[in-house]
Design a protein around this ligand. Structure first.
Ligand code: PGA
Length: 246
């Protein structure tokens, strides 16, 4: 389960949340890997709290390149240095508000791998695409861009999150069986370039996941986990979704 905190929580709030999660986890053996993705500015502080726990740290975006005259940019190399081991790329909010194109998302997957980060690549159709029956063609186009830009080595480290844009933050979710079919399609497409590894690439579902509906997605054979936004911001809800008793 991946918690995407987006542009929420101060450094202090992020640190306190991580500390509480680690305390509540104790020695529990988790049924799933947990990854927390705070804002870039809280990465280091959260990473310090997670040392010695099984919870891992991820970033929400990376910029291309390693270092240089790129005002405001944060490279994968710097994210890794701050403690991140994962990075979300191609989230629909990046595509929508920051102009991340399909090709750039593919390049970011490649860059993540070069920076020793595992990329979590998001794909998903908009509400209009969904209404007009373009879901499969949109997903296909987005995955093809990853295949074109990233090497097999980079693709082998990938996690893919299927996130219908219309489900993000809306409270609406797709039929889990349909989400499962799309997860299967994504894996099939990855097999074009990494036939031996595609069956092991984790494919997650994301979009309005909460403790009330997470199980219906996790029960699907092609869905390996969840990428959670809003519901990951509260400790109790987070722990419920992660299947950890209080
Ligand atoms: P949500 O966001 O869980 O708040 O719908 C998910 C995401 O954007 O990754």
């Amino acid at each position: 389960m991946i918690a995407n905190w987006k542009m929420h929580k101060t450094v202090d709030e992020s640190r306190a949340f991580a500390r509480e999660i680690v305390r509540r986890l104790g020695q529990a053996t988790l049924p799933h890997q947990l990854i927390i993705c705070p804002t870039a500015i809280s990465l280091w502080a959260v990473g310090q709290e997670l040392i010695g726990s099984s919870v891992m740290l991820g970033a929400q975006n990376l910029d291309l390149g390693r270092e240089g005259a790129l005002t405001g940019a944060i490279s994968g190399y710097l994210l890794h240095e701050a403690g991140a081991r994962w990075v979300i790329v191609g989230h629909s909010e990046r595509r929508q508000f920051f102009g991340d194109s399909d090709a750039l998302v593919g390049q970011k997957v490649a860059q993540a791998w070069e920076s020793h980060l595992r990329p979590i690549a998001c794909v998903g159709e908009s509400r209009d695409d969904y209404r007009e029956g373009r879901t499969i063609s949109v997903i296909t186009r987005q995955i093809e861009a990853l295949l074109a830009e990233a090497s097999p080595e980079a693709l082998r480290t990938l996690i893919v999150a299927y996130e219908p844009v219309w489900a993000i933050g809306s409270g609406a979710v797709p039929d889990p069986v349909q989400a499962n079919d799309l997860a299967a399609l994504i894996r099939q497409m990855l097999a074009q370039k990494i036939p031996d590894d595609a069956p092991n690439i984790p494919v997650l579902y994301g979009g309005s996941v909460s403790s009330k509906n997470i199980q219906q997605f996790l029960r699907q054979p092609h869905i390996d986990g969840a990428l959670v936004g809003g519901a990951s911001l509260q400790v109790e809800e987070f722990l419920k979704m992660a299947d950890i008793g209080s």
